[in-house]
Design a protein around this ligand. Sequence first.
Ligand SMILES: Cc1cc2nc3c(=O)[nH]c(=O)nc-3n(C[C@H](O)[C@H](O)[C@H](O)COP(=O)(O)O)c2cc1C
Length: 413
Amino acid sequence: MNAPTAPGATETALRRNAPWPSPKPVPALAGRYLNIEDLRLGAKRRMPRGVFEFIDRGSEDEATLRDNRAGFQRIKLRNKVLVDVSTRSQEIELFGKPMSMPLAIAPTGAAGLAWYEGELELARAAARSGVPFTLATPSLTAIERIATVEEGRKWFQLYMWRDRELSHALVRRARDAGFETLILTGDTPVPPIREYNRRNGFNSPFTFNPTIVADVATSPGWMWRVLRPYLLNGGMPKQAHYPNDAKGAQVRMVGGAETLRGDNLSWDDIARLRDIWKGPILVKGVHQPDDVERGIREGVDGVVISNHGGRNLDTAVTSLDVLPEIVAAAGDKLVVIADSGVRRGGDILKLLALGAKAVLSGRPTLYGTAVAGEDGAAHALALLKRELDTAMAYTGCREVADISPRVLWREAR
Ligand SMILES: Cc1cc2nc3c(=O)[nH]c(=O)nc-3n(C[C@H](O)[C@H](O)[C@H](O)COP(=O)(O)O)c2cc1C
């Protein structure tokens, strides 16, 4: 739970830091893309169906995907009247460094299919907006290439492979390239079941088959903007960090190839990671308080409550469902971050009111990337920032530390 502090105290402290960039609407996009759903529809128009659905949809019956949105709409906000909110700030400090708003870009393996080297676009958008960017293990752009974006904070997400030496080598590369936070994803022990990918002929690494060829042919713009530059620069888009024996295989995201299996990941792995990684380590996908307690004992710095955006375990709980228990278990020993389903600034306010320190955004910035690369992702961040600002003003919050459960109303169960 956010500790109540004197209004303005955190803000003043942060202002003492050097000027920090902040999300700004992109004029060329502002008239057409008024919210994240507009960006989503723009992304849908620009991509082959198989690629769009890989990004957009969930697993199995998609109950969790729907519940993520429904959960935010079920919790309501209360006005707070006659509070002077004429100066407002969303800045926070996370792991000792400032952020322009309480949000970081989530790891998403598919950014490089939304735009040529889409991960680079996301890293640049994050840097110019003053929020951290997380590079995913299955990204199409390599760690060292992302490190060429000098500004901004970079985090690295790890899917631990059966071959630990290969995974540890990747972690060393991220460390040496200046990435500052490591997110170990714990919610994908086996590949999830996403039936639409099979129906669409969508595979990872991206390979041609009759279904996907017919699909891609309907998106000449995507072929030109995204696929063509890959073909001209070394071949089909493929995961940059995968070992060679897995690069050509149909690995179906994680775990499909033997080397990439992740089903023997355990808490024992944390100690070895700690030897390599001195910065913050977060475990992603946490739903149970005893996992928080174990995390504290193993020396991790934070947890990400997540159902992977409804893409993995169907009918999994939402972050809103379990936040209070997780926050109570974490106390002041662990940082709690939450994601899955954030599409409006008001959603961010709700997660923070229940005690999250910050949120991750997955699809919103991916949709933006598909529409206009770096500018599109930056625009998505600006939309969320503006909506959060509005929600904060209405609920009487001048700064993030003012956000507390008092802004919420839930129907008694
Ligand atoms: C296309 C796509 C690819 C993803 N790839 C990864 C990944 O490689 N590693 C990971 O930990 N999470 C991955 N995620 C999950 C996100 O990190 C995040 O938990 C989720 O997107 C949050 O939900 P949201 O999309 O509703 O914001 C992916 C999500 C999407 C949409």
